[in-house]
Design a protein around this ligand. Structure first.
Ligand code: SF4
Ligand code: SF4
Length: 365
C-alpha cells in the first residue's frame, strides 16, 4: 500500500499572501495532525544546524513555526538536537532558544557521554556496534526535520542521513565513514610520482608521511588516478560507496526500530545544493526550490524527495568551474554529479522493512 505524504509546493498559484510557502507550511502542519502524535509526549527534533559559512540550512522561521505547532498540539516537552560542534555555533545561523522556542542541546550530551551502544552481530565490515544518542532514545517522539541536498559520499543527504550521521556519537560517525573505502593503493608498487594527486579532479588525494591518503567525501570514483598511475598501484572498487549506505541504513533502522511508529518526517526541498550542510559553505542551488514534504514513512519521503529533485530543471551555473558531471540525463541528478546512486540507501531501508517506496502526494495549496 502506498504511503501518503503531504506536499506543499514552493511555487505559488497566485500572488495572494496565503500562497507563500510560510503560509503553506502552517497548513501542512495542520494537515499533519500533530496532536495525534505528540500530545502529552516528549518530542525531540533532530535537524542539522550547519557550520562555518554555510547558511542554507533550514531557516529558523520554519523551525519556530514547527515548535509553535508542536506546543499548540500539546507536546509535553520539546528540544532540538544536533552534533555538539554545530550546537556550539548554531547562533551564527539564527538558531537560539529564544528564536526557535525550545532548548537546543548536543546530541550525546555536553561531554559526549550520553549514548547507548548496541552490538552489531555479526559485524558489518568493521562496524561492530551502533552508538545512538541517549537523549534521543529517551524521548517519546522523534521528529526528523531534514534539509535535502547533495552529498559527496552517499549522493544525497536527507532524512536518513540526518539520523544515521547526526543521532550518533563522534566515534560512531567515524566508524560509518570508515566503511567508505573503495580505492586500494599498493605502497610497494608506488613510485611517488604524484601523478594521481595532481590529476584528481576532486582534490581527494594527498601524500601524508609518505603514504597516499584518500578523502572519500570528495572522491567520485572517476578512476582518473587509477588510469594515470604508471605503476598500476591503484585499484578501484566502485561498489564500496554502497557499503557506506548500508552502514547508514543499518544505523537509521536501529534508531527507527526503537521509535516504531512514533516518528515523523519533514523534508525541506529548498536550497538544494551540491554538498551537505556539514561542509560549512553554501553554493548556489542546483534546481529551483521545490517545497516541503511531510509524512510518517522514511522510505516514502526519501523516495519522493529524490523523485521531485530528479524531475526539476538542473541549473548548471550552480556548479563550480571545471566540475565534471555525467551528461546522461537518464540518471538521477545526484548520480550525475557525485557518481553515486542516491536511491541505494532508500532501497536498503525498504529491504529492512522501514517503509515503502510507493507513495501518494496530498498537495497543500
Ligand atoms: S577516483 Fe577520481 S576522484 Fe577519486 S581519488 Fe581517484 S582521481 Fe580522485
Ligand atoms: S600515480 Fe601511481 S605511482 Fe604515481 S604516486 Fe600515484 S599511486 Fe604512486
Amino acid at each position: 500500500m502506498a504511503s501518503e505524504l503531504l506536499f506543499a509546493p514552493y511555487a505559488p498559484k497566485s500572488m495572494a499572501p496565503d500562497q507563500c510557502i510560510g503560509a503553506k507550511f502552517d497548513r501542512l502542519l495542520e494537515a499533519f495532525e500533530l496532536k495525534k502524535s505528540v500530545e502529552n509526549r516528549r518530542v525531540v527534533i533532530k535537524m542539522h544546524l550547519g557550520g562555518g559559512n554555510g547558511f542554507s540550512t533550514i531557516h529558523p522561521f520554519f523551525v519556530r513555526k514547527l515548535v509553535k505547532a508542536l506546543k499548540a498540539a500539546g507536546a509535553e516537552s520539546i528540544f532540538i538536537t544536533d552534533l555538539k560542534r554545530d550546537v556550539a555555533t548554531a547562533i551564527d545561523r539564527g538558531y537560539t532558544e529564544e528564536v526557535c522556542g525550545c532548548p537546543i542541546l548536543p546530541v550525546c550530551g555536553a561531554d559526549e557521554s550520553e549514548f547507548v551502544s548496541f552490538p552489531v552481530e555479526p559485524p558489518f565490515k568493521t562496524m561492530d556496534k551502533i552508538e545512538l544518542s541517549k537523549p534521543i532514545l529517551d524521548s517519546d517522539v522523534l521528529l526528523d526535520f531534514s534539509h535535502v541536498k547533495g552529498h559527496g559520499v552517499c549522493g544525497f543527504g536527507g532524512a536518513s542521513k540526518n539520523l544515521s550521521m547526526g543521532a550518533v556519537t563522534n566515534a560512531m560517525r567515524q566508524l560509518l565513514h570508515a566503511q567508505e573505502g573503495g580505492l586500494e593503493w599498493d605502497d610497494a608498487k608506488c613510485s611517488r610520482c604524484n601523478k594521481c594527486v595532481n590529476n584528481c579532479p576532486d582534490k581527494a588525494m594527498t601524500f601524508k608521511d609518505g603514504k597516499l591518503k584518500i578523502f572519500f567525501h570528495n572522491c567520485k570514483y572517476c578512476r582518473h588516478c587509477m588510469l594515470i598511475c604508471p605503476q598500476q598501484a591503484i585499484r578501484i572498487d566502485r561498489g564500496h560507496y554502497v557499503d557506506f549506505q548500508q552502514a547508514m541504513a543499518m544505523t537509521t533502522a536501529k534508531l527507527l526500530t526503537h521509535f516504531s511508529g512514533r516518528q515523523l518526517y519533514i523534508n525541506m526541498l529548498m536550497d538544494i545544493t551540491l554538498f551537505c550542510d556539514c561542509w560549512g559553505m553554501t553554493t548556489p542551488a542546483l534546481v529551483p526550490d521545490i517545497g516541503i514534504l511531510a509524512g510518517w514513512d522514511i522510505v516514502a519521503i526519501e523516495q519522493a524527495s529524490l523523485d521531485l529533485i530528479g524531475k526539476a530543471p538542473f541549473m548548471k551555473e550552480a556548479l563550480p568551474p571545471g566540475w565534471k558531471y555525467d551528461d546522461d540525463d537518464s540518471k538521477h541528478l545526484f548520480e550525475r554529479l557525485h557518481g553515486k546512486n542516491p536511491y541505494a540507501v532508500v532501497r536498503l531501508l525498504e529491504e529492512m522493512g522501514m517503509g515503502t517506496s510507493s507513495y501518494s502526494l496530498r498537495e497543500i495549496n
